[in-house]
Design a protein around this ligand. Structure first.
Ligand SMILES: *[C@@H]1O[C@H](CO)[C@@H](O)[C@H](O)[C@H]1NC(C)=O
Ligand SMILES: *[C@@H]1O[C@H](CO)[C@@H](O)[C@H](O)[C@H]1NC(C)=O
Ligand SMILES: *[C@@H]1O[C@H](CO)[C@@H](O)[C@H](O)[C@H]1NC(C)=O
Ligand SMILES: *[C@@H]1O[C@H](CO)[C@@H](O)[C@H](O)[C@H]1NC(C)=O
Ligand SMILES: *[C@@H]1O[C@H](CO)[C@@H](O)[C@H](O)[C@H]1NC(C)=O
Ligand SMILES: *[C@@H]1O[C@H](CO)[C@@H](O)[C@H](O)[C@H]1NC(C)=O
Ligand SMILES: *[C@@H]1O[C@H](CO)[C@@H](O)[C@H](O)[C@H]1NC(C)=O
Length: 630
């Protein structure tokens, strides 16, 4: 920032020393605001290629037109260097434009930009050979002339003559310069057209540019008009042979004007520099304030330091404890800026090194879906590993669903919203997220509810964070919860997206019946909700399972349709279960015909009512023998 300010001051001082240089710094530009491209689009890509082609041609020719890509993302472009520019300065000039045009005309599908000795134009429309004289830019020399009318007329005649030359058939470069005596001086003038124009259009372009002179440059000793397809300039010095202008020996009247213009310019510069300093100071203040804020929060690129998490949770006080999750206790915390968060303190049994852990967390943080709990940040400090999540005030679904008073808040349409939200969240994890995620521990306590009772799935990606393998795999460590585990997973440690479908099916049945799968015991033959539901379904008595609290808000056929979908998801054979995308379709489409479910697993359900976790270690390590049917 400081170096920018110094550059600015330097530039302004330079301008003060050479006041006859046209004021205002190049590049000059016309950026179309009517149509824009998107970052990363193929139009942008084509534009980059076009610019690089144009730059590479600029060392060998003064004019080049080309296009790049195919419609609709095709981009047309050309550049023109003033004919007096040396090959090398032409290349430098075009390269300079190519470097800044992205920044100065952000996302514009059409732009023209001028530097001191060249211009570059691109567009999504083919403009080659088409004249467009709107929006010309006129630039005056800040020095005044004493008899403006007389001077204008002389300039006019000179430029008219040059226009004829440039647009004559024997001027392939469409370029002309001329020197005409005026009083005791010489007018040096230059005109040039882009070579895609016909001679007639070149003449029209220059004539149109000349009509802009009175507006921009009346009474000025020099001027330029920048047009899309042509360029004109006149001065009292030989600018096209490298002269920088008569800074010395100005005559008579001009001297007084010269001095006064200098004074004005210096006043202007002082004001501008003063303002620049104020902005600079303000900018530094803002940057510092932001830094302070960040370090107060302890948040720096989503990495949060342990100290601020201790402060946020009263040193992980029991009062702040929200519950004991599968991977360790969860605390409520408030960061220094007032943001409420849920902090999961992972117990130390992850076998992963810190680096792998951080990599996984950063990957998981990129997963964003409205039905997933947002992972905001993390902390790694020695043995401590913590994950910081958004805080959701309505707690988890099991707290609401399995409490008769709370459950009354969930009418049928709320429950449908919850079911659909969960399904969409899982579908995202299975099919749209990168990396793709199998949750492996879907259950009511892993679904949190926001203010509007929208469901958000939590604890996704834990298997990855804990160094689990991807995709279908065999693992000795089973992450999962009694009552929700698919049989192939519980018995053989085999998991796949279909194991999540199983977990979803149980959740669905729990939501519509208001009963816990694991806590439900009807008889020895139907020891859990699943088996009982299957039993009733086959007897044609599915409606017996409807949550009594729903009796008013729930259409009977809707209940049965959802029970049907739930039973499809919990079929014993993983192969028979639908994918989440067909589940989402079935949920949405009331008239969809859906197949008859096969039987759900019975043996796996035979466990106690308690939905227990082993808590010595953070993960629910369940040995296979624990859950074999007895
Ligand atoms: C411009 O560059 C392209 C490729 O970069 C080349 O094929 C072409 O001959 C060049 N044209 C001129 C006039 O230099
Ligand atoms: C400059 O470009 C012209 C063609 O416009 C070419 O004939 C000449 O050799 C080039 N000069 C240099 C030094 O490359
Ligand atoms: C340049 O434009 C002309 C039309 O004015 C066109 O015929 C020609 O193909 C263009 N050149 C390139 C390289 O695209
Ligand atoms: C000239 O270009 C401007 C800006 O792109 C556009 O709005 C206008 O329609 C064009 N005029 C003609 C005659 O093509
Ligand atoms: C410049 O000359 C043209 C004819 O070439 C004329 O139409 C125009 O009015 C003149 N402008 C001035 C300012 O003299
Ligand atoms: C314009 O050209 C004509 C002849 O072509 C010439 O007589 C006249 O002096 C020229 N005027 C200027 C101002 O160059
Ligand atoms: C130059 O002339 C214009 C128009 O007559 C006038 O507005 C301007 O103030 C003058 N500039 C200086 C520096 O004298």
């Amino acid at each position: 920032m400081v170096s920018k300010a110094i550059q600015l001051v330097f530039l302004l001082c330079t301008l003060a020393l050479f006041p006859d240089v046209v004021f205002g710094d190049p590049p000059y530009k016309i950026c179309s605001t009517s149509s824009s491209y998107v970052d990363g689009s193929s139009f942008e890509n084509n534009l980059m290629n076009l610019l690089s082609t144009l730059s590479s041609n600029a060392s060998i020719s003064k004019f080049y037109n080309t296009s790049y890509g195919v419609a609709p993302d095709r981009v047309y472009g050309l550049y023109m260097c003033l004919d007096y520019a040396a090959n090398d300065s032409c290349r430098k000039c075009i390269t300079a434009i190519a470097e800044v045009i992205f920044k100065l005309c952000p996302q514009a599908k059409e732009a023209v930009m001028w530097e001191e000795t060249c211009q570059l134009r691109y567009s999504n429309n083919n403009f080659m050979g088409t004249l467009n004289v709107t929006g010309n830019i006129g630039l005056d020399n800040k020095l005044n002339i004493s008899e403006p009318q007389k001077f204008e007329s002389a300039v006019n005649k000179t430029l008219s003559n040059l226009t004829k030359v440039a647009s004559s058939d024997d001027s392939p470069n469409m370029y002309a310069t001329g020197e005409v005596p005026y009083q005791d001086k010489t007018i040096f003038a230059l005109v040039q057209c882009t070579r895609d124009l016909t001679a007639l259009d070149c003449s029209k372009c220059l004539q149109s540019a000349m009509t802009d002179i009175p507006d921009c440059c009346y009474a000025s000793i020099g001027g330029r008009v920048l047009s899309r397809s042509c360029y004109l300039r006149y001065e009292f010095y030989d600018f096209y042979h490298g002269a920088t202008g008569p800074t010395d020996s100005p005559t008579g009247k001009d001297e007084g004007k010269n001095n006064s213009s200098r004074i004005w310019m210096i006043i202007g510069i002082v004001v501008v520099v003063g303002l620049a300093m104020v902005f600079l100071a303000f900018g530094l203040y803002l940057v510092r304030r932001k830094r302070n804020r960040q370090s107060k929060n302890g948040i720096d690129n989503s990495r949060i330091n342990l100290g601020s998490l201790r402060v946020a949770t009263n040193n992980f006080s029991e009062l702040n404890k929200l519950g004991q999750g599968g991977f360790g206790p969860v605390y409520k915390g408030e960061l220094s800026d007032g943001l409420e968060v849920a902090i999961k303190r992972l117990s130390a049994c992850s076998e992963q090194g810190s680096e792998e852990f951080i990599n996984e967390v950063l990957l998981i943080m990129q997963l964003q879906h409205k039905n997933l709990v947002k992972l905001l940040g993390f902390c790694v400090d020695g043995e401590e590993k913590l994950l910081v999540y958004e805080f959701l005030p309505n707690g988890s679904l099991d707290g609401v669903l399995f409490d008769p008073k709370q459950r009354a808040r969930l009418d049928w349409s709320r429950r449908l919203d919850i079911i659909n939200g969960i399904a969409r969240g899982i579908l995202y994890l299975h099919e749209d997220s990168r990396p793709k995620i199998i949750h492996r521990d879907l259950k009511a306590s892993n679904v949190l509810l926001d203010y509007d009772m929208n469901p958000k799935i939590s604890d996704f990606g834990m298997a990855r964070i804990f160094g689990g393998n991807e995709g279908e795999a065999n693992t000795a460590t089973i992450v999962g919860t009694f009552g929700y585990m698919a049989p192939e997973y519980a018995m053989e440690g085999l998991y796949s997206i279909k194991s999540d479908v199983f977990g979803f099916g149980i959740l669905l049945l729990e939501i519509i019946t208001g009963k816990r799968n694991a806590g439900f015991y009807h008889s020895k033959d139907t020891p859990n909700l699943l088996s009982y539901a299957w039993h009733l379904w086959n007897e044609g008595k599915g409606l017996e399972l409807i949550d009594p609290l729903l009796s008013e808000s729930c259409p009977r056929n809707e209940f049965l349709r959802h029970m049907h979908i739930g039973l499809l998801c919990v079929q014993e054979d993983a192969y028979d279960r639908p994918t989440m995308s067909s589940v989402v379709l079935m949920l949405k489409n009331e008239s969809a015909t859906i197949g008859q479910p096969e039987r759900p697993p019975f043996s796996v359900g035979r466990f106690n009512a308690n939905d227990q976790h082993s808590e010595q270690c953070s993960i629910n390590f369940l040995t296979v023998s624990d859950i074999l049917p007895q």
